[in-house]
Ligand binder design. Sequence first.
Ligand code: PLP
Length: 451
Amino acid sequence: MTLNPNSIEARDVAYHLHSYTNARRHEETGPIVMASGEGMYVTDTDGKRYVEAMAGLWSVAIGFGEKRLAAAAARQMEKLNFYHTFTHKSHVPAIELAEKLIAMAPVKMSKVYFTNSGSEANDTMIKLVRYRSNALGQPEKKKIISRIKGYHGVTLASASMTGLPNNHRAFDLPMAGILHTTCPHYWREGREGESEEAFATRCANDLEAMIQAEGPETIAAFIGEPVMGAGGVIVPPKTYWQKIQAVLKKYDILLVADEVICGFGRTGRTFGCETYGIEPDIMTVSKALSSSYLPISALLINDRVYQPVADQSSEIGTFGHGYTASGHPVAAAVALENLAIIEEKRLVEHAAEIAPYFQERLASLGDHPLVGEVRGVGLIAAIELVTDKQAKVAMQPPGSMAAAAFAMVQKNGVISRAIGDALAFCPPLIVEKDHIDTIVDATRAGLDELQ
Ligand code: PLP
């Protein structure tokens, strides 16, 4: 395809380096340039309209084009466009949002710390945990355990916790002191004849063996997404979180729930922790916190984390960390309005009510010859593509089938996301049955074209 030299696409190719994009291929194909969004839909500069079945990047919970958020941003921009939260300074939107998040938390939390992205929140988590271990006089207690296929972001430290080869390979990662335990994907990792519960026990045993091999006194925290998102929407096997938490308790290891995707309704409860009975010491949130209208993220920490840090602030120095835009007043005001809309429109309840339809309709794709597994919970799901259902193998090279299916589905007017050999779906929480029908029908038609 040749791009018109003065087109917006050609200018993008000329000047813009993209994330997660094959740069050479991009020079040939150019981008799809999005121009506007409304509700469940986005429209590109050619006027083609798509159902955004990924809520952007798992994030636009309330849907696109909500004028109330634009108004909230404008109001705050006019009142106090910026102030920081360093050295005893604060501002009303950050205070109100912190108060709101503590009230919403599924377990008793003590304080909120603001950051600007999921990566920064998780990176900050490592620093808080290290500071805490030093404050407690346990300088050897620094290692973090995450999971193969977990996704926690892309800074050097959060990319290290991410358990995907593409995030490590060319960056000399993971950093020392970050370990990865078993991926809890029953369909892929479960053994012949092994029940889901037995597989969960094996995952917990693997974790315990790792802790013992490393020395329990060296492990500070375990991080996990209640449901893995960017690793391919991996729903934990029954009893998994119960068993993992028992191991962490036994060895006095902090539990960090990365709620960046699950938070604010995705699994049909406000937090993924509620869906799975997880009682974290730290939670990281972002994405649906502001529906990604502006960048903002946060850590919620309990007293086990806060008190030692506070106790030692004078002794070992103030918590020497923070971003200029941490808790940015405009982003915080937008997040507050977004959370108000989620409550007023009962979007978490709506997600729970419509989830069975979403999951059943997607599950109906399971009879397609190219679909090996359909998995999901609430309003997040994936279909795993295979060429041989029995052998659970996909076309070579890895990912090529999902990339082709993604393109077909997109041509049919639905945006999904290709992850490995899977196609993921994570629509805005405002999704209705007719959108779900469009998503499933466009996907089946795309798969049929691929056969
Ligand atoms: N944690 C999870 C669970 C995520 O899904 C993501 C992004 O997709 C991140 C962290 C990183 O967030 P960000 O892209 O805002 O840095």
